[in-house]
Design a protein around this ligand. Structure first.
Ligand code: F6R
Length: 606
């Protein structure tokens, strides 16, 4: 949700800023802009993706220092003037901002009453004018930014560039910002993807941190004054692999990366001899696992669908109540927190504001939370201070795929771990672990023979709506398939537990309506067949995802076979055809699969 990139050093800034923006574009792509310092501040900004910005740039832009931004609009429509950076009236200060300034309206009125002309409808622009007032009254840049931020409420990750000063001022409160230190050069970025090619030496700013960034180094202090304890960390290697590696887009690359990503996720975590799982980052002693009253799992979107699978698996294997919660609802429903309960915050980015709020609510009420996170060092990972990294590697396509399978895998590993502590036998545990080890290979088997995905696409691409059905663990898989389709191809989709379909959604069915059914060979199979019959009786066409060799395929109009596996693990395989159907439908309809409209990869506002 908005990407920020900054550079100061001895190299030409503009190409580095553009490259940084390209890597951050998945965070928001309503508009982009940059400003470079070279005696004056030269600014360029444009509605659309980075490719639109590059069309208006001159061949060469002088200057070895600059800041850049890619926007996901919150305040003010998508226009050139609302694009960042924002400049003050004499064009001596420029600012890029990620977050929301809550009291922008009153600040705006006050500035206008002092004769300041605001040129955008954004909340962010007030900041640059307030900093100007501070600077004009004799404050140094850091102090002017500090005094401004003391007067605003809201969230920010921001960078400020000054015509007269050889430094960038950065600040963070609620929106991520990291600083990279190279040799004689420094970088600022919203996330590690854009930095990994330049330096491994990273400072993850904490809320309330401010920094002076220059080519000589980085000086981090606190908004309230005094120095910060934020220290340098070394970036993990896996954040380097963010190019398309010969695939036409990131989405297809990431779908195909799932076997390898899963291998990374489970590597060293399968405890074959004990029929259990090893999750070193979880600070949960066996006695706590045994005595905990319940498990709560919290996430949004795809992460929520993973939580729903985790909920069922944990309850089933460990005989402990488990419940999945929508992050954005959690805090506002004033939940009762039992400090002995186990809480998981599940997030690919680790920056989702709704999930952060939920974690803070748990902690405020005396509980603790464990992260199930992809981005190492991200806000939720640090806030929780304990948990499981899912090790998917960078996920660049906005629609989540390989993070979903690894979130599910991590939660299944936890279900096995807590299950072994509480109820099921070593033999059953060993059996699941042996099956788990085979899943990456089975994913490869499916990906090398995907079945009639193109036929499925023909059936759904012009449909008014698509119904997704599944039971048990396959109900959240149906939700995930539907989410992928509506995100990518903009086709209205409904996902229902198959048995619930007859209580309402069946009214939508007419001759030729596509219904995608996920039906592995598990205990729900017969009931799911009954639901399919109800659909077919109303003229619906069934696209069935089922296990290879299962005669259930006779029920289908289009039958897509996945390799047979332990039914507990089936979501790891059955979701892949749903990803491919969504992906290919979006392509058939001419949609941008990596950058679907209106979306952003990490949603850092509530
Ligand atoms: C779906 C998707 C979103 C995210 C959601 C949570 O494809 O990408 O629904 O899953 O915004 O994001 P994270 O996992 O980063 O908290």
């Amino acid at each position: 949700m908005c990407g920020i990139f900054g550079f100061v050093g001895n190299r030409s800034a503009a190409p580095l800023l553009i490259e940084g923006l390209r890597r951050l574009e998945y965070r928001g792509y309503d508009s982009t802009g940059l400003v470079v310092r070279n005696g004056s501040l030269q600014m360029f900004k444009k509605v659309g993706k980075v490719s639109e910005l590059t069309k208006i740039l001159p061949n060469h832009i002088e200057g070895k220092m600059g800041i850049a931004h890619t926007r996901w609009a919150t305040h003010g429509p998508v226009t050139d003037s609302n694009a960042h950076p924002h400049m003050n009236m004499d064009e001596s200060i420029a600012l890029v901002h990620n977050g929301i300034i809550d009291n922008a309206k009153s600040l705006r009125n006050r500035l206008e009453s002092k004769g300041v002309e605001l040129t955008s409808e954004t909340d962010s622009e007030v900041l640059v004018h307030m900093i100007t007032i501070g600077l004009n009254s004799g404050q140094e840049p850091l102090e002017a930014v500090r005094q401004t931020l003391m007067r605003v409420t809201g969230t920010w990750g921001l960078c400020v560039l000054f015509k007269e000063y050889n430094q960038i001022i950065c600040a963070r409160n609620g929106s991520p910002l990291i600083i990279g230190q190279g040799v004689g050069e420094s970088f600022v970025s919203s996330d590690p993807h854009a930095l990994s090619q330049h330096t491994q030496n990273i400072f993850f700013l904490e809320d309330g941190d401010m920094a002076i960034v220059s080519s000589d180094g980085i000086d981090i202090s606190r908004l309230e004054g005094g120095s910060s304890t934020t220290s340098m960390t070394i970036l993990e290697d896996e954040w380097g692999e963010a190019d398309m590696a010969g695939y036409p887009n990131f989405m297809l690359k990431e779908i195909h990366e799932q076997p390898e990503a899963l291998r990374r996720c489970i590597s060293g975590r399968l405890d074959k001899s004990n029929g259990s799982a090893k999750l070193g980052g979880l600070k949960l002693e066996p006695v706590r696992l045994r005595n905990s009253p319940h498990v709560r799992l919290i996430g949004c979107g795809t992460a929520l669908n993973a939580c729903r699978i985790g909920q069922l698996a944990i309850e089933s294997l460990a005989r402990i109540p488990a419940v999945a919660h929508v992050s954005s609802e959690f805090r506002y429903n004033d939940p009762v927190i039992n400090p002995n309960a186990i809480h998981f915050a599940v997030s690919q980015s680790g920056e989702t504001a709704d999930t952060i709020s939920a974690v803070k609510e748990i902690q405020l009420k005396g509980g603790d939370a464990h992260g199930i996170i992809n981005v190492v060092g991200s806000s939720i990972a640090r806030l929780c201070g304990q948990g499981v990294y899912i090790h998917s590697g960078p996920e660049q396509a906005v629609a989540s795929t390989k993070a979903f399978t690894n979130m599910v895998a991590s939660l299944l590993l936890f279900a096995i771990r807590i299950g072994r502590t509480r109820s099921f036998s070593r033999e059953r545990g060993r059996n699941i672990i042996e099956n788990f080890e085979r899943i990456p290979q089975l994913m490869e088997t499916y990906l090398s023979n995907q079945g009639p995905i193109d036929e499925a696409v023909e059936l759904v691409k012009n449909a008014k709506s698509i119904l997704y059905l599944g039971r048990g663990l396959s109900a959240p898989v149906a939700s995930e398939g539907a989410l992928k389709m509506l995100e990518l191809a903009y086709i209205p989709c409904l996902a229902y537990p198959a048995g619930e379909m007859k209580h309402g959604p069946i009214a939508l069915l007419e001759e030729g309506s596509p219904v995608i059914v996920i039906a592995p060979n598990d205990k729900h199979r017969e009931k799911t067949i009954a639901s399919m019959h109800e659909c077919k009786a109303r003229g619906a066409k069934i696209i069935l995802i089922h296990e290879d060799g299962d005669s259930i395929s006779e029920e289908a109009d289009i039958s897509i076979a996945i390799p047979a596996c332990d039914s507990l693990l089936s979501p790891l395989l059955s979701v892949i055809p749903t990803q491919l159907i969504a992906y290919k439908t979006a392509l058939a309809l001419g949609c941008d699969v990596d950058r679907p409209r209106n979306l952003a990869k990490s949603v850092t506002v509530e």
